[in-house]
Design a protein around this ligand. Structure first.
Ligand code: G16
Ligand code: MG
Length: 216
């Protein structure tokens, strides 16, 4: 029986990737490291320090752990200023209706985002109270593609893994959902191993999720 749906944030609930791009761009300009929107796609679903490492590898010098920590903090300050512009209009299509349909059907909801800013973004979107559980990525030993965050979400919800669906836009996220023994739904692009692939969140509906869940 389908009992819970676990959502990724960036690329599923709202498109925060553009704000990550602008914040990293400002830092990279200051460090004279080349960076563009195309390379930004490689940072989708990748945690903050891992993203920084990918960017610094494109520069010419190496940095101490202290310098790296200060770069990550600087990027996050830029990012926090940018996300303050987010409003309920920035919810991706279909999400508001899906959250309502899940609530009416008594299906529980959780957020499994790699972002430490996820709670703030839910607040700006006006949907903080529509998730039963928001997992803290700071509490994890391993990020996606490890299933740890999806296990944690299901445990906090009190729902068996096999009764959960996970929705993700990044390959590492789909791999994490599959490794957790949950049904994976992939949004956009080609995502290997997704049980259900949709080109946009506008195609999400409770009916589609149920159909994919029972077909498994
Ligand atoms: C998001 C983004 C990533 C970002 C990560 C960490 O993941 O897709 O680009 O690096 O969170 O964000 P922060 O620096 O705010 O902690 P997700 O899991 O919501 O797709
Ligand atoms: Mg994502």
């Amino acid at each position: 029986e389908l009992e819970a749906v676990i959502f990724d944030l960036d690329g599923v609930i709202t498109d925060s990737a553009e704000y990550h791009y602008l914040a990293w761009k400002q830092l990279c300009d200051e460090l004279e490291i080349p960076f563009d929107r195309q390379f930004n796609n490689n940072l989708k679903g990748v945690g903050r320090m891992a993203s920084l490492e990918l960017l610094l590898a494109r520069g010419t010098r190496s940095y101490s752990p202290e310098e790296k920590a200060s770069f990550a903090a600087r990027k996050n300050e830029y990012y926090k200023k940018l996300i303050a512009r987010i409003t309920p209009d920035d919810l991706l299509p279909g999400i508001d209706a899906l959250l309502s349909a899940l609530h009416e059907a008594g299906i529980r909801t959780a957020l499994a985002s790699a972002s430490r800013n996820a709670s703030a973004i839910l607040g700006y979107l006006g949907i903080s109270d529509r998730f039963d559980v928001v997992t803290d990525p700071g509490a994890l030993k391993k990020g996606k593609p490890d299933p740890e965050q999806f296990f944690l979400a299901a445990e906090l919800l009190g729902v068996p893994y096999r009764n959960c669906i996970g929705i993700e836009d990044a390959q590492a996220g789909i791999d994490a959902i599959n490794a957790a023994g949950m049904l994976s739904v992939g949004i956009g692009g080609y995502l290997e191993g997704a049980a259900l692939r949709l080109s946009s969140t506008a195609e999400l509906s409770l009916e589609r999720l149920r159909e994919a869940f029972f077909r498994r």
